[in-house]
Ligand binder design. Structure first.
Ligand code: RB5
Length: 153
């Protein structure tokens, strides 16, 4: 299945984002680039929110977010209800984040992982299905935490 993908980065992920876009467009994936569009300094929460909202709204089936480490942009994305952003710097985690966690956003750190491995991670993450079953029960519990937290506010 060729997913419709929302992609974004901060200045620390700009080069890897460009490589991921070229790689995926070459494979026929449909992407929308939410920026940033240069290596000028910017704030990763702004990009994370835009991509995460677009995925949570159902406009895009998956998202990919890239910053220097993949950490900050993933923390920010996970603040949006319904988002399960997973930081994956190895192929085992890429498989597992889909099979077990039904991750809907992949985060990567340009300063952490080489481009070749990053592209393998992206390919695996986009082509691995969620297993459901006991894993769905656990995801439902994550949603329940989110609902309880929202009620406190
Ligand atoms: C930007 O310098 C850097 O902090 C950012 O790309 C990211 O690594 C944050 O988690």
């Amino acid at each position: 299945m060729m997913y419709t993908i929302a992609i974004g980065c901060d200045h620390g992920g700009f080069q890897l984002k460009s490589a991921v876009i070229a790689h995926l467009e070459n494979k026929g994936y449909l992407l929308k680039d939410f920026g940033t569009f240069s290596e000028d300094s910017c704030d990763y929460p702004d990009i994370a929110e835009a991509v995460a909202e677009a995925v949570a709204d159902g406009q895009f089936e998956r998202g990919i977010l890239i910053c220097g480490t993949g950490i900050g942009i993933g923390i920010a994305a996970n603040k949006v209800a319904g988002i399960r952003a997973a930081l994956c710097h190895d192929t085992f985690s890429a498989h597992a984040s889909r099979q077990h966690n039904d991750a809907n956003i992949l985060t990567l750190g340009q300063r952490v992982v080489g481009q070749g491995l990053a592209l393998d991670i992206v390919d695996i993450w986009l082509t691995t299905d969620f297993e459901g079953g006991r894993h769905q029960r656990r995801i439902d519990k994550i949603e329940q935490i989110q609902q309880r937290e929202a009620q406190k506010q």
